[in-house]
Design a protein around this ligand. Structure first.
Ligand SMILES: *Cc1c(COP(=O)(O)O)cnc(C)c1O
Length: 214
């Protein structure tokens, strides 16, 4: 069981480490691999956004439910999962290719999306190459989607390794006049804050170690 009181305490502790900009930074509580009680605990702790990564799991947890927090989909996404997710997802953070833009525009017209950019040269994590970003942004806007910002995932390893990619993502957000810059997870949170994140995605910091996926 996830204890909401503990989650609230961890959130407060985490916000202290965000420093002076804490009030401007959106916290996405990453509830992937946890049971529904993590979502309930996040809501009780006053968190407005939860993040889910696995389509099947997200559907199983959320279909038929109404929850308080907004749902951001942050994981690798197959086009054939979009239709069933459309009723559950408020913001699609991992949009990284034209086929996904087209499918989301079809199944969730006018939806809010973020373009995921590959900032650490780890293609297995998804993300469009920075060189393709402008074209993908145009396509998303032309198809009626609302582009809220960009998302990036730091590389595995020392948190410092994430800095150049985070700096690059922040510049891209500014160059394209976007609002949100989604970067920073439990391990590289401080680096993301220093590089100007507006949205952090944290799981283990709030909920403890993730259970193995069954
Ligand atoms: C799992 C995940 C997170 C959260 O990771 P933690 O290390 O638990 O904070 C953030 N972003 C993405 C894309 C993830 O898949």
């Amino acid at each position: 069981m996830i204890d909401p009181v503990e989650v609230a305490a961890r959130l407060e502790q985490m916000q202290a480490t965000l420093g002076g900009r804490a009030a401007e930074i959106t916290v996405v509580a990453v509830t992937k691999a946890f049971e529904f009680d993590a979502i309930a605990a996040a809501e009780t702790a006053g968190i407005d956004v939860v993040g889910e990564s696995y389509a099947q799991e997200c559907i199983a947890k959320l279909e038929g439910r109404t929850i308080g927090p907004a749902v951001h989909f942050i994981g690798r996404l197959q086009r054939n999962k979009v239709r069933r997710l459309a009723a559950l997802v408020d913001v699609w953070q991992s949009v990284d290719r034209p086929e996904l833009v087209d499918e989301i525009a079809k199944r969730a017209p006018g939806a809010s999306v973020m373009i995921q950019v590959d900032i650490s040269n780890e293609p297995q994590k998804g993300g469009c190459p920075p060189a393709d970003l402008s074209r993908l942004l145009d396509r998303a806007r032309e198809s009626g989607l609302v582009v809220a910002g960009l998302m990036g995932i730091g590389p595995i390893g020392e948190p410092e390794l994430a800095r150049p990619g985070f700096a690059r993502l922040r510049r891209l957000v500014d160059d394209h006049g976007l609002e949100s810059c989604s970067m920073g997870m439990s391990a590289d949170l401080s680096v993301a804050v220093e590089e100007g994140t507006t949205m952090v995605r944290v799981g283990t910091t709030l909920f403890g170690p993730r259970p193995p996926r069954g």
